[in-house]
Design a protein. Structure first.
Length: 341
């Protein structure tokens, strides 16, 4: 599919970021967003991760830091981790999280044709930030362009940046900051793959995408990730042979073979990906102390065997827990309760 404006923009220099078309409008300070990891550079990632560690160690110190703030949480797809961790995290910080299902008989008007433009303008008059899980990345971008408050991507078909932040925190806890990691994503090119590909250059990590040639990552995202990697001195590559890809890996990462919204294509996807199941045999080609990651929800017997998912190399529940801490740090920064530097 076509690159969005951010992907096409070319590598960002440190300190700069991809601003939407509405960026120059008005004189009020521009809201910061997390539409994708393209919105943050290496230093900002470092800031989010170090604050996430502090928030995790001493949650009481941040109680009430977002007192009287309101956050609209729009969901067009199911969620366990994202919905609960945002709601709980925001409540712990003193904010009020409004859960707004986009669809169904009592959903938002945006599902009945109200424009993202009007929705963004109206919500900007009531609340202090928007968290949104939806299908089209364009919806996230439009809300950010037309509103005046931070917009956070809680998963689109294109990206899952909040997951990548928690993953980065989890990897630092496990390996420290200094080891240069090789992370291999085994599975289809999808939202989680794309965010990991953009995380690599920002976190000093080499990323390999082990996907079948028929299900590659989106070309514009790959190009952008490779340009960012070249600038950062890291690498982002695609390798269709899973054994070759995972050889020497520090991290093996997988995700469902059938993402939300792809239910009609399930049979075909499972067939194309059958050779990409993460098994004990596949894990044996990685480094001895390699870890297994999965964003969850998992499908034992499809993308991964139960033996690996529930085995000693798995750090899946640390990842899930860190969604809470990483997102609390993110919201403190985006909502101006903590300084970026
Ligand atoms: N990993 C993740 O985003 O999980 P949920 O779909 O349950 O939010
Ligand atoms: N790729 C998966 C991630 C779920 C957290 C999906 O989009 O369904």
């Amino acid at each position: 599919s076509a690159p969005n404006a951010c992907e096409a923009a070319g590598p960002v220099a440190h300190g700069s970021r991809c601003a939407g078309p509405g960026a120059a409008a008005g004189s009020a300070p521009m809201a910061r967003h997390l539409r994708s990891l393209l919105d943050i550079d290496n230093n900002e990632l470092e800031r989010i991760l170090s604050l996430a560690d502090t928030v995790k160690k001493d949650p009481a110190a941040y109680r009430g830091k977002l007192a009287h703030k309101q956050v609209a949480m729009i969901f067009s797809k199911p969620s366990t981790r994202t919905r609960v961790s945002f709601d709980v995290g925001l409540t712990q910080l003193g904010a009020h999280a409004l859960y707004l299902p986009a669809g169904g008989p009592t959903g938002l008007q945006v599902n009945r044709g109200e424009t993202n433009h009007d929705t963004a303008k109206v919500l900007s008059r009531y609340v202090d930030a928007i968290v949104i899980r939806t299908f089209a990345q364009k919806q996230v971008d439009e809300l950010a362009d037309h509103g005046s408050i931070p917009v956070v991507n809680a998963l689109t078909d294109r990206y899952h940046p909040c997951q990548a932040l928690a993953d980065a925190q989890t990897l630092r806890e496990r390996f420290g900051k200094d080891r240069r990691l090789k992370l291999v994503f085994v599975g289809p090119g999808n939202n989680v793959t794309h965010s990991l590909m953009l995380l690599g250059p920002r976190a000093g990590m080499d990323v390999v995408c082990a996907s079948p040639e028929t299900l590659p990552p989106v070309a514009s995202v790959l190009e952008r990730a490779q340009a960012d990697a070249a600038a950062a001195g890291t690498s982002v590559t695609v390798e269709s042979d899973p054994v070759k890809a995972v050889t020497g890996a520090d991290v093996i990462y997988t995700d469902t073979f059938v993402s939300m919204g792809q239910e009609d294509e399930a049979e075909e996807l499972l067939k194309k990906l059958a050779a990409y199941q993460v098994t004990t045999e596949l894990m044996s080609h990685a480094k001895e102390d390699a870890v297994l990651m999965h964003c969850l929800p998992a499908h034992r017997g499809e993308e991964i065997t139960a033996e690996v998912l529930d085995g000693p190399q798995s750090i899946i529940f640390d990842q899930a827990e860190n969604r809470l801490h990483a997102q609390k740090a993110l919201m403190l920064l985006l909502m101006g309760a903590e300084p970026w530097s």
